[in-house]
Design a protein around this ligand. Structure first.
Ligand SMILES: *[C@@H]1O[C@H](CO)[C@@H](O)[C@H](O)[C@H]1NC(C)=O
Ligand SMILES: *[C@@H]1O[C@H](CO)[C@@H](O)[C@H](O)[C@H]1NC(C)=O
Ligand SMILES: *[C@@H]1O[C@H](CO)[C@@H](O)[C@H](O)[C@H]1NC(C)=O
Ligand SMILES: *[C@@H]1O[C@H](CO)[C@@H](O)[C@H](O)[C@H]1NC(C)=O
Ligand SMILES: *[C@@H]1O[C@H](CO)[C@@H](O)[C@H](O)[C@H]1NC(C)=O
Ligand SMILES: *[C@@H]1O[C@H](CO)[C@@H](O)[C@H](O)[C@H]1NC(C)=O
Length: 757
């Protein structure tokens, strides 16, 4: 008990430690201790500073500023050593705004130079560069060539402004008539402006008056200068224009180089990030996400209290600030999106009650957990033992043994098959959330899941198994895991350390064939060729499974709902061996029959003996469904009958063509119809012996498909010999398929199966 009390105390202490800094927020400093942090209304943040020891001194000029506030209002902030006037400084954007007078040349009406001023700006060997993104060079007046040179006197950028007669003069943007502009390159630290005047032409009157006229050139902030009303044209005076400077720590080229010398590194605050400068060499620092302040000072970055910034981080629920972030939740008893106005809606009483129950449950659980913790060692051993029990119970040991022995025999044959732990699958399916359910069947529930490596899978939770089936189950798993056929849904693994074993399959994206045929959405690709291909692929998969192992792997529940389609409409048969996992006692068989009524082999109903021919029968129904587009049991027509009995009756009456889907009827010629009728009829024979093997069905479907695709294989195709021989009909010639009443188990009204209800 003393131990528990000590633990509780520790928890409380931890709580206090975690919560305290969040509630007592400090305002981070912007300047070094004892230094001025403003000049007028401009904030001066370190690495900038006024006075000795207040700025970053790394050999580059520019961080040292001077504030002239005696007799001046507002006070004037200048860069020490350059005397440039600064109006704005920003740590976050790495920009500063300076003011510089425009360079001017004025002429009398006769064209003589009357007056000139020249304002250059040198920022060489400083932390500043002219922003290439936000500034441009502008020349006003005409005709006028305005340009500027760098510190070595070389031309950098310029433009030519021309004149037009005033009646043709174009008002509006600065595009070359009376005003021109040009972009500037990056990494420029010297601005030496020049004007080149030209003798006035007769056209120049458009922009001159009889009074003095002036030409200007200046570097200016993009957003500030708009030349729409030609307000500048009449000017003859001096005026100052703003321009944007990019600053950075420039004594070292980049972050990776700066990181080498910890004493010199400018990013001081814990967690602050270094960003390479984009204009010129050097780097800048920024506070981590969710923090703001000054990253250039120790402990300069502080958590943003998002809960007090309702405009930027709207929260209409309960807002809790956390280091670097915040949470916004709906008040107790409501749910929804707390970040939207009226986003929280009251929960209904049931879930409120549920919540209370869960709350109490969690409370109880927590107390239990304390005890549990004390006895952890003991409990853990017990838990492992329980898992081990389930594992053994579910045939895991047998499976592992078999996998091992198999791998020994055939070099990693079972590789790719994995035994998953319960936790992995709980995580993958978000604890088997209801919105992850892909489908429910007679054998269990299928969930969609995403594994840790981002693979999307389908996870099947089976129903309970009989003891006697366990060995069989493990064997089945092993065989299925070896199957690698493009038309069979791949089994990726299973999970055995729980009461109910789970199977993990590859995820097939485009739904089931059932949905494809009978779903609400219109399918564009329902051509005969697609239908035949799906049929042939499914038949091939079944044939492969029937022949790949001995005794054969039977499907036991072939139906359109068990044939999946991927993005290319490639068929993938799923749920192999499902019957093995199905309950085998009489009562539950009845339930099972109900689920797949219309597909069930009549012989199986009588003998309860599942054979490969049972799959053939069911496949016959699938084929029929593909051709007719009707459901295996259709309750919508005038006569409620199974598709098979309708088809057989129609064949007898010679009207089976009418049953076909319109599209199929259009594309299929008489020989093809005869062939496909022949295949279906044999597949759905009452006697299993009369049904063809799955392999033959697959081959015949493939041949039919080739026949349909041959260039002359249009509807009503001719009777050419090639067409005939493709079916290998000569082998069957003379064999008439007649139906006696004894041949077909009539599922009239579907009521034969009411035993299932
Ligand atoms: C500082 O004040 C001047 C007017 O005195 C104003 O024009 C300017 O926008 C202000 N600057 C800032 C950064 O608030
Ligand atoms: C300019 O001066 C000339 C003669 O000096 C005169 O004819 C003309 O009308 C004047 N133009 C304007 C726009 O004042
Ligand atoms: C420019 O000056 C002329 C004559 O002095 C005047 O008519 C015109 O309104 C002025 N334009 C602007 C935009 O100030
Ligand atoms: C810059 O222009 C202002 C007027 O806006 C003027 O008072 C000042 O003397 C000019 N400075 C220089 C250096 O020409
Ligand atoms: C960083 O600067 C150093 C030294 O100037 C240089 O050698 C290195 O290539 C630069 N690294 C990057 C990523 O630009
Ligand atoms: C690191 O920076 C400091 C301060 O700028 C300098 O004195 C020192 O020489 C530098 N060390 C190295 C290894 O570059």
């Amino acid at each position: 008990m003393a131990l528990a009390a000590a633990l509780l105390f520790l928890l409380m202490l931890l709580h206090v430690l975690v919560v305290a800094p969040a509630s007592a927020r400090r305002r981070p400093p912007v300047a070094r201790p004892g230094c001025r942090d403003s000049c007028g209304n401009i904030t001066v943040s370190y690495p900038f500073g006024i006075g000795a020891g207040c700025y970053r001194n790394d050999g580059q000029q520019g961080f040292q500023l001077e504030c002239h506030d005696s007799g001046l209002f507002p006070p004037r902030l200048t860069v020490s050593g350059f005397d440039h006037h600064l109006a704005d400084l920003s740590l976050a954007s790495g920009e500063a705004r300076a003011y510089l007078n425009a360079t001017r040349e004025c002429f009398s009406s006769t064209g003589g130079l009357v007056d000139r001023t020249n304002s250059y700006m040198s920022l060489q060997y400083s932390v500043y560069r002219f922003s290439d993104a936000k500034n441009r060079l502008v020349a006003l007046g005409c005709p006028n060539l305005g340009y500027f040179v760098d510190g070595d006197g070389y031309y950098v950028s310029g433009c030519m402004s021309v004149c037009r007669p005033s009646r043709y003069a174009m008002p509006g943007p600065c595009t070359g008539v009376g005003c021109c502009q040009s972009e500037i390159p990056a990494d420029i630290s010297f601005f030496g402006p020049y004007l080149r005047n030209f003798p006035p032409s007769k056209d120049s009157t458009a922009f001159t008056t009889n009074a003095t006229s002036c030409h200007y050139v200046f570097l200016v902030e993009d957003e500030w200068f708009t030349y729409t009303d030609r307000v500048f044209l009449n000017r003859t005076d001096d005026f100052a224009v703003p321009l944007v400077l990019d600053w950075a720590v420039r004594n070292i080229d980049n972050c990776s180089a700066a990181g080498q010398n910890a004493t010199d590194f400018a990013c001081r605050s814990v967690g602050s990030q270094c960003v390479d400068a984009t204009n010129g060499p050097g780097y800048r620092c920024s506070c981590p996400k969710g923090y703001d302040g000054n990253p250039y000072l120790d402990r300069g970055c502080a958590d943003i209290d998002e809960c007090h910034l309702k405009d930027e981080y709207p929260c209409y629920g309960v807002c809790t600030n956390t280091p670097g972030s915040h949470t916004c939740q709906c008040p107790p008893g409501t749910s929804g999106g707390a970040t939207a106005k009226n986003g929280c809606r009251p929960k209904d009483n049931f879930s409120l009650a549920l919540k209370t129950v869960v709350g109490v449950g969690v409370g109880v659980f927590m107390s239990v957990f304390m005890c549990f913790w004390l006895y952890l060692g003991f409990q853990k051993r017990k838990l492992i033992k329980a898992k081990q029990n389930f594992f053994e119970h579910n045939g895991g040991v047998i499976l592992q043994q078999q996998m091992r022995s198999h791998r020994g025999a055939a070099e990693g044959g079972a590789s790719g098959f994995k035994i998953f732990s319960e936790q992995e699958l709980v995580k993958a399916t978000n604890n088997f959330a209801a919105d992850q359910v892909l489908g429910r069947g007679g054998h269990g529930i299928v969930y969609k899941g995403v594994l840790e490596d981002k693979t999307v899978v389908a996870i099947k939770k089976s129903k309970m198994m009989e003891e006697s089936d366990i060995k069989e189950f493990a064997r089945e798993m092993l065989i299925l895991s070896q199957i690698n056929h493009r038309n069979v849904v791949k089994l990726l693994g299973c999970c055995l350390d729980i009461e109910v074993p789970m199977l993990v399959y590859e995820y097939v994206s485009n739904g089931t064939l059932y949905h494809f045929l009978h779903g609400k959405e219109l399918n564009t690709d329902t051509t005969l060729d697609t239908r035949l291909r799906i049929a042939a692929e499914s038949a091939e998969a079944l044939a492969y499974m029937h022949s790949s192992a001995s005794p054969p792997i039977l499907h036991g529940d072939v139906k359109t709902a068990n044939i999946l389609l991927d993005n290319n409409l490639t068929a993938k048969v799923s749920d192999f061996g499902a019957s093995k996992l199905a309950p085998s006692d009489e009562v539950q068989i009845a339930t099972l029959v109900q689920g797949t009524c219309g597909y069930l082999d009549p012989e199986y109903l009588m003998t309860c003996q599942l054979t490969d021919k049972s799959d053939v029968y069911s496949f016959g129904v699938v084929l029929l469904e593909l051709l007719t587009g009707k459901k295996a049991i259709c309750f919508s027509g005038p006569e409620d009958r199974s598709l098979v009995s309708r088809f057989v009756a129609a064949t007898k009456a010679g009207t089976h063509e009418k049953l076909l889907d319109g599209q199929v009827r259009k594309e299929m010629g008489p020989e093809a119809l005869e062939e496909v009728t022949h295949i279906v009829t044999r597949c759905v024979s009452v006697s299993g012996e009369e049904r063809p093997a799955m392999k033959e069905v697959a081959e015949r479907l493939e041949a039919l498909r080739r026949y349909q695709r041959r260039p002359w294989g249009q509807a009503g195709g001719n009777d050419s010999e090639e067409g005939q021989s493709l079916f290998g009909r000569d082998m069957e010639r003379g064999v008439e398929y007649m139906f006696g009443p004894q041949d077909v188990l009539d599922l009239e009204g579907g009521s034969t199966y009411t035993l299932s209800l």
